[in-house]
Design a protein around this ligand. Structure first.
Ligand code: FAD
Length: 524
């Protein structure tokens, strides 16, 4: 048995960021990770063939690069090996009619592509980009602040002072709008609307869901204004750097260490018990970077002592799942719409807003979508170090999928456990890519397919393959993430805190929840 100031359950990037900050403040830290590898959804490994490095989950590290944690610790992270690969051609969509549209960091290029569809849309785009710094100040402040009355009042006051009452209402309306409402109000071209709306599908914001407009808005404006970054050599660059900070400051990180229970005495968390039977004491804090459901019946076998909290954790809603297909390729896809698409970090394959809405609805109904939305990541076009010379990797995200299969919208795959159908479903996804990039199959040297349930096996926080660890719809976001009265990483158990994607400010690689909690516990 050892004693620490803080014990972390899981080595996701939020836990590591929190641990690094506290270790630098002099806290004695231990991080226990059940897997053999740290990083959770941010890992990079040779899943197909030697020399081909694939990002298991997160590939886009722009949130980390723009985070408050990175601003404070850029030098330390760099000294522990953090390196980004900047992206100029950020995202694009190819369409069944042979057209394409894409957003590059060069405004003239994006605007020219847009003007080829509509001069009015290109003018709108330039107007939105000009106004973005003024809008971003408030949105990033909101997303980077704790959900406390004081912080919210400060953000609201600053917004009102700078934009007046009408301007404040405009920002509030953007936060409440669905992607479709915002896109249809601003753009007339279906191709442009669809390209931007695909960012809602990275979360669980199909085009008609209130509260989703801000994701296409922020991603497209931020990519236009600042570009995007991937990790040099793999997204795990942030994990290696964070772990380096923790251990250099005296913290310990143990892998293959499944936390079976958070020990509680007199309403206060006192430490952890590992599945191996080892116990460890935490003097000041136990920080659990887990999905809320893991608390009930597992980590807190006797509950938290607050029936309302326990019920909320049990009812915490997960979003539809994801399948990941990793390919080792002989060459980049031959996109028939344009060879220019090979330069983009992401190519989305989603024909229309209605098609995205339908896919979401099918997944919610337990059906395998007949035409899933595909996010095709081409990391080696940006960072060739991830594959042997001249070769490439493809990172394919299949959105959105049911955890339990009740049927197939295409009527071809009989409902069964994911282990039995994942290869057949991956073929459907590859057929779709092949219809936009003929000859893809001939280039495949190796493949690895992770069904939604495989994602959960790798990381139990990805419940049913939910890549964002919990729906981000309005009723479970902001002051309600993960539950009302517990949005500040607190729990009813003294000294027990939650961190990670299930907590405010939600999923992504921004380390926001870990760093804000760290500052709450250990000061700035
Ligand atoms: C397929 C996919 C693609 C994504 N793409 C992007 C992207 O491009 N850009 C982006 O910004 N975000 C992306 N995301 C989201 C982002 O990666 C996650 O929101 C984020 O990494 C979650 O971090 P976290 O700190 O919550 O912990 P997680 O990454 O969820 O890690 C939690 C860790 O805790 C461990 N653990 C859980 N229970 C226990 C236990 N009882 N004992 C010990 N250890 C335990 C798990 O094994 C895991 O290692 C993606 C996610 C996925 C899955």
């Amino acid at each position: 048995m050892s004693e620490f100031d803080a014990i972390f359950v899981g080595a996701g990037h939020n836990s590591l960021a929190c641990a690094a900050h506290l270790a630098l403040k002099g806290w004695k830290i231990a991080v226990f990770e059940r897997s053999q590898a740290i990083g959770g959804a941010v890992r990079t490994a040779e899943y197909t063939l030697p020399g081909f490095r694939h990002d298991f989950g997160a590939m886009n590290l722009s949130l980390f690069a723009g985070s408050a944690f990175h601003r404070k610790y850029a030098n330390e992270l760099k000294s522990h090996g953090l390196e980004f690969a900047p992206v100029a051609d950020c995202f694009a969509s190819a369409f069944p009619d042979g057209k394409w549209f894409g957003v590059s960091n060069d405004l003239a290029k994006t605007a020219a592509r847009m003007a080829a569809f509509s001069a009015a849309d290109a003018a709108t785009w330039r107007r939105l980009v000009d106004a973005f710094p003024g809008e971003a100040e408030h949105l990033f402040r909101l997303l980077g602040s704790p959900m406390s009355a004081r912080a919210l009042a400060g953000t609201g006051w600053n917004l009102w002072r700078k934009k007046g009452f009408s301007g404040t209402l405009d920002t509030a309306r953007l936060l409440l709008s669905s992607p479709r409402a915002w896109l249809e109000e601003n753009f007339e071209t279906p191709h442009v609307r669809t390209t931007l709306a695909a960012w809602g599908m990275h979360l669980d914001f199909a085009p008609d869901i209130a509260g989703g407009a801000v994701f296409p808005y922020l991603e497209s404006m931020a990519n236009q204004s600042f570009g995007m970054v991937l990790g040099k050599g793999g997204a795990d660059t942030i994990i290696r750097a964070l772990a380096g900070m923790v251990t250099a400051a005296g913290g310990q990180i143990a892998t293959g260490a499944d936390v079976a229970e958070i020990t509680v005495s007199g309403g206060k968390a006192t430490g952890v018990r590992l599945a191996s039977g080892e116990t460890h004491v935490a003097r000041k804090a136990v920080v659990a970077g887990v999905a809320p459901k893991a608390l009930q019946g597992k980590l807190l076998p006797n509950g938290s002592g607050d029936a309302g909290f326990d019920a909320a954790m049990k009812k915490f809603r997960h979003a539809p799942g994801t399948m990941m297909i990793h390919l080792a390729l002989d060459g980049l896809p031959d996109w028939s719409a344009s060879a220019d698409l090979r330069r983009f970090a992401y190519v989305h394959l989603a024909p229309s807003l209605d098609a995205m809405s339908l896919v979401y609805q099918q997944a919610i109904a337990g059906l395998l979508p007949d035409q899933p939305v595909l996010v095709v990541g081409q990391p080696t076009t940006v960072d060739p170090t991830r594959a042997p010379e001249g070769k490439h990797v493809l990172w394919v995200q299949v959105r959105m999928l049911p955890a339990e299969i009740l049927g197939d919208a295409a009527g071809k795959i009989a409902p069964a456990h994911w282990d039995a159908v994942k290869d057949a479903y991956a073929e459907r996804a590859l057929d779709i890519i092949g219809s936009y990039a003929p000859g893809l199959r001939k280039k495949i040297l190796g493949r690895a397919v992770f069904s939604p349930l495989d994602l959960e096996r790798e990381n139990p926080n990805l419940v049913g393959g939910d890549q964002i660890c919990g729906s981000h719809h309005l009723a479970q976001n902001f002051l309600f993430r993960p539950a009302r009265s517990f949005a500040r990483w607190n729990t009813p158990v003294a000294n027990l805190y939650l961190t990670g994607a299930a907590t405010w400010p939600g999923a992504g690689t921004g380390a926001g929840s870990g760093f804000m909690l760290a500052q709450q516990l250990g000061g700035n």
